[in-house]
Design a protein around this ligand. Structure first.
Ligand code: NDP
Ligand SMILES: N[C@@H](CC=O)C(=O)O
Ligand code: NA
Length: 428
């Protein structure tokens, strides 16, 4: 007898998944065991890119998660509610769940995994981070014996696509965002992409897997890309950097608190993440004894994400076929404790800052003195251009404690020569 799927959602990812499941030739033979039994949508009148018989489509999503015949629920509808309640009901009803919903997992992971463990079923989420890139299962399985110390990722396809086109074509932010939406990369509300919230959800999930504890999403420091200007992209280029939205989780020693953050970052051009462009994502995992390993691939889009969703489905079909009574600890979520997160003031990082100043003699000296007062040492300081009457000074620091840098900035803001500080970015 076939394994029956109840799919919640038939948008970009749902449609890609159904297309993949309906086109089996040359793929894994276990696909033949799968039956698309029910598909839940909001509107029955919408034209669909896939053919499904009328009794398969329904707007009653509760009836799918409560149907005893459904073995696996595939949640690709997105959003927080009703996605959360439907996932919880499916699990309580003894169904395995596959989800692409990083927003729900990052917020409700604790209750979702507790419910799954109680019911003896699995929640699979490969599509939730890095789209088609296999990164969840490698962290859970292939890398699980490593002591991870850093996970650094470009994990949002939309923002990487926007930054890449701003950099290579000098394109305008809102035009490129519209393209990313048209291509199916962006979230239903693209604010989540642009403000860094989607990347924060994803790094919370990766950190949880890499560091073996739950992450409180409120502890993840998050900045988006709205403030990244063409001017900064051009300065970064001159200084030997590209600007990327990085999601970083780092722990210096196994007993120190974790730093988890998302912000636009100047990445040295020689760094492996500097060349990840367009909708591509990459996740660089560093640990002991592995050293460095980088996962790279398409981070969003129908086909890529469907590949991840369907591989999770296949894993579950294999589980159902082998009918094990004991949960596989490499597929289940085992940790219950929350990780301790370090405050941003304690972060050690380099900074890039751009100042607009009155063109007076001695301004550079005054900046240097303020930085020196707080132990901030400068790697470079350049005055390259003018914006109208105002001189533009760009500074890159050496590694500094973020708290000290902020104190120096507060003093600099009070200098009469300083008109404004339009940009402040961290440097990898
Ligand atoms: N797009 C991408 O590249 C990626 C997306 N994801 C994640 O996958 C999930 C789905 O994304 P995507 O496919 O882009 O989203 P879409 O907006 O394209 O599709 C959402 C689908 O869910 C249905 N739906 C939404 N809310 C309801 C509801 N309340 N009741 C019934 N049906 C509902 C919609 O129905 P209808 O069609 O009738 O409107 C639609 O078919 C999200 O969690 C997203 O974060 C993850 C990786 C990549
Ligand atoms: N909106 C997301 C989709 C994949 O998770 C992105 O742009 O990365
Ligand atoms: Na993935």
């Amino acid at each position: 007898m076939g394994v029956k799927l109840g799919i919640l959602g038939l948008g970009t990812v749902g449609t890609g998944t159904v297309q993949l499941l309906q086109d089996r030739v040359g793929r894994h033979p276990l696909l033949q065991e799968i039956e698309i039994y029910r598909v839940g949508v909001r509107s029955l009148d919408k034209p669909r890119a896939v053919e499904l018989s009328t009794e398969v489509l329904t707007t009653d999503l509760d009836s799918i998660v409560n149907d005893p015949a459904v073995d696996i629920v595939v949640e690709v509808m997105g959003g927080l509610e009703p996605a959360r309640s439907l996932i919880l009901k499916a699990l309580s009803n003894g169904k395995h769940v596959v989800t692409a919903n990083k927003a729900a997992i990052a917020r409700f992971g604790a209750e979702i995994f507790t419910t799954a463990n109680k019911a003896g079923v699995y929640v699979m989420l490969e599509a939730a981070v890095g789209g088609g890139i296999p990164v969840i299962q490698p962290l859970k399985q292939s890398l699980s014996v490593n002591r991870i110390h850093t996970v650094t990722g470009i994990v949002n396809g939309t923002t990487n696509y926007i930054l890449t086109r701003m950099q290579t074509e000098g394109s305008n932010f809102s035009d490129v965002l519209a393209d990313a939406q048209r291509l199916g990369y962006a979230e239903a509300d693209p604010t989540a992409d642009v403000e860094g919230l989607d990347a924060a959800d994803k790094i919370a999930i990766l950190a949880s897997l890499g560091f073996g504890g739950r992450i409180n999403l409120q502890d993840v420091y998050t900045e988006g890309i709205r403030q990244v200007s063409k001017t900064d992209i051009a300065y970064a280029e001159k200084l030997g950097f590209v600007i990327k939205l990085l999601a970083i989780a780092k722990r210096d020693t196994p007993s120190s608190p974790l730093s988890v953050r998302v912000h636009p970052t100047l990445v040295p051009k020689a760094h492996p993440l500097a060349s990840i462009n367009g909708v591509y994502n990459a996740i660089l995992v560093e640990g002991e004894p592995i050293g460095q390993v980088m996962f790279f691939g398409p981070g969003a889009g129908a086909g890529a994400t469907a590949s991840a969703v369907t591989s999770d489905i296949l894993n579950l079909v294999a589980v159902l076929k082998t009918n094990t009574a004991v949960a596989n600890p490499l597929l289940a979520c085992g940790h219950q404790e929350y990780c301790q997160i370090a405050p941003m003031a304690e972060l050690i990082t380099r900074f890039y800052a751009r100042f607009l100043t009155n063109d007076q003699p001695g301004v550079i000296g005054k900046l240097g003195t303020c930085f020196g007062n707080y132990g901030v040492s400068l790697e470079s300081i350049v005055q390259t251009g003018f914006q109208g009457e105002l001189a533009e000074i760009v500074v890159v620091t050496h590694d500094v404690r973020e708290g000290n840098f902020r104190q120096a900035l507060a003093e600099i803001r009070d200098l009469s020569a300083i008109e404004s500080i339009p940009s402040l970015l961290r440097v990898l």
